[in-house]
Ligand binder design. Structure first.
Ligand SMILES: *Cc1c(COP(=O)(O)O)cnc(C)c1O
Length: 397
């Protein structure tokens, strides 16, 4: 039996609840969120669940990052420190806003940014920090927030992979100034595409809501298009599905944690294998289950182990992404607007220095990480099967 996959019905809990709300949305005849109720309801319930005062839904996780960055209202050429081990949707919006993404190195054992790696990249042009809670493992937020406060920098949390992860009693996405989430097919909850941002800051919330709505001042006495912005709205159809999914989210994350504990127990102590570890006082939400493979103890390292798992039907992904984002053509060739290379033309040379020697842990971490699929629909037998396949692969060497 193939493992449940988040790419189809085998590993997605989409059914009667979604159909019911979707039917109501269709029968209402109102499919735009500017007039309907479902996206509005989704925003309220999402904010409540994660413990944030305000939420604004949008068309994708990329849109979420875009409206978050746009809300900061920065100048072209300003720098935002971020990670190169992330989705392009977390980086492209910066370039569209004329911002220079400055990549910091990561912690090799989590592939997350740390206060130290971020501090190393702060310059007089730094205007914000974006941290990504990769695979559902929270960044160690305490030191990051202290550093950010010392430099008066807002922190944006990319929690697209970290629904209901926790750090020091707060949900991922609610610790910095803005938190971003994605409802894309493979995330903890889905409406096919979609996204949402949360914030406690009313000014930022207003700018983000405007940015989703072509900066048209809905409800204002004298509305206008106040600034350059797009239509990034979620439809009522997506809102209805996302709302039903949201109501299942806590249960799904709880099951993921129980399954992860079971997997962890069985893998614990295997030579050459490091298991995912959330920082003290934080809770992982296991979007994926990454393991780090020591090539000195497991011969052939991640590649050999990945192919032995794949032969058994376990779609394990060595290296997660094949290369750091700064090696993609977007950054390496500065392919942006025509042949202009803008906004890279505004960058300080150090900001775009992608020499490998500046990213030792990025390369070391990617060389060793093996990303195992994970799903709340796994049975205990599925977990045991994965564990025994890994034990066999490790011990065969
Ligand atoms: C999925 C993802 C995004 C982008 O979300 P989309 O909905 O695909 O645009 C951004 N950041 C991270 C970390 C992601 O995993």
């Amino acid at each position: 039996m193939p493992l449940p996959s988040d790419q189809d019905a085998s590993g997605r809990d989409l059914g009667a609840e979604e159909i019911d709300l979707l039917t109501q949305a269709i029968e209402s005849g109102t499919l735009t969120s500017t007039k309907g109720q479902f996206v509005n309801q989704l925003e309220q319930e999402f904010a409540e669940l994660v413990g944030s005062p305000l939420a604004v839904a949008c068309a994708s996780g990329s849109a979420a990052v875009h409206i978050a960055v746009a809300a900061l209202d920065l100048e072209p050429g300003d720098e935002i420190i971020t990670t190169s081990i992330t989705d392009m949707g977390a980086l492209a919006p910066l370039l569209f806003q004329g911002i220079i993404p400055v990549f910091a190195d990561v912690d090799a054992d989590t592939l997350n940014l740390t206060a130290e790696t971020v501090a190393d990249r702060i310059t007089s042009r730094t205007r914000a920090i974006i941290v990504t809670h990769l695979f559902g493992c929270p960044v160690e937020m305490g030191p990051v927030m202290t550093l950010a406060a010392a430099h008066d920098l807002p922190v944006i949390e990319d929690a697209a992979q970290a629904f209901l992860a926790e750090s020091q009693g707060s949900m991922a996405g609610t610790i910095g100034a803005i938190g971003c989430f994605s409802f894309q097919q493979g995330k903890h909850m889905t409406s096919g595409e979609g996204g949402i941002v949360v914030t406690a800051n009313e000014g930022l919330a207003r700018r983000m809501r405007l940015f989703v709505n072509k900066a048209w001042g809905y409800g204002d006495p004298q509305p206008d298009h106040y600034f350059l912005a797009l239509n990034y709205r979620l439809t009522e159809l997506q809102g209805a599905v996302a709302l039903a999914q949201l109501r299942k989210l806590s249960g799904a994350v709880k099951r993921r944690r129980a399954l992860a504990d079971r997997l962890r127990e069985q893998l614990d102590g295997l030579p050459g294998l490091t298991l995912p570890t959330a920082p003290p006082g934080s809770l992982h939400s296991y979007w994926r289950f990454p393991v780090w493979v020591d090539p000195d103890l497991v011969s052939g390292g991640v590649d050999t182990l990945a192919s032995s798992l794949r032969e058994l039907g376990i779609p394990a992904a060595p290296r997660y992404i094949q290369k750091p984002a700064f090696e993609t053509q977007v950054f390496a060739e500065q392919n942006t607007f025509g042949s202009s290379h803008w906004p890279f033309t505004l960058a300080d040379p150090t900001a775009v220095d992608y020499s490998p020697s500046r990213f030792p842990n990025t390369y070391a971490g990617l060389d060793r990480v093996l990303v195992l699929p994970f799903n709340e629909g796994f049975t205990e037998q599925d977990v045991d099967f994965i564990a025994s396949a890994i034990s066999q692969g490790v011990e065969a060497t």
